[in-house]
Design a protein around this ligand. Structure first.
Ligand SMILES: [Zn+2]
Length: 119
């Protein structure tokens, strides 16, 4: 049986202070970081959520998703909206460039018309 006393009397403990693996790191009741070896799947020990397999129901998963959402800047629909707006802007600028070229070619606009707005 491995106990705290075994370590103090010099019996090897696999997860002693020199163990190089990842620690759980959860905040303990003492206020310090948990030193137990972490589970590979979520980085927490068995006592701090490492045994949990996560939310299973649709409702539970939605609740966790909502709890972890900060500003939604990178959610699929917002990314899609920004992409659409950027494409619209490119389209409009393309059209404006085309109009400018036609007006210059038709002699209705001076070739250096932008310079009059600079000073
Ligand atoms: Zn822990």
């Amino acid at each position: 049986m491995l106990t705290k006393d075994n370590v103090t009397i010099g019996i090897e403990w696999r997860f002693g202070p020199d163990w190089p693996g990842q620690r759980c790191g959860a905040k303990t009741r003492r206020g310090t970081a948990c030193q137990r070896p972490a589970n590979k799947k979520n980085g927490r020990c068995r006592l701090h959520g490492g045994a949990s397999t996560g939310a299973k129901t649709q409702e539970g998963r939605a609740r966790i998703s909502a709890a972890n959402l900060r500003h939604g800047m990178f959610t699929k629909d917002k990314l899609e909206k920004r992409r659409d707006n950027a494409a619209k802007g490119r389209e409009i600028r393309k059209e404006l460039r085309q109009m400018e070229r036609e007006l210059i070619a038709g002699g209705l606009l001076d070739k250096h018309w932008r310079d009059s707005f600079l000073s």
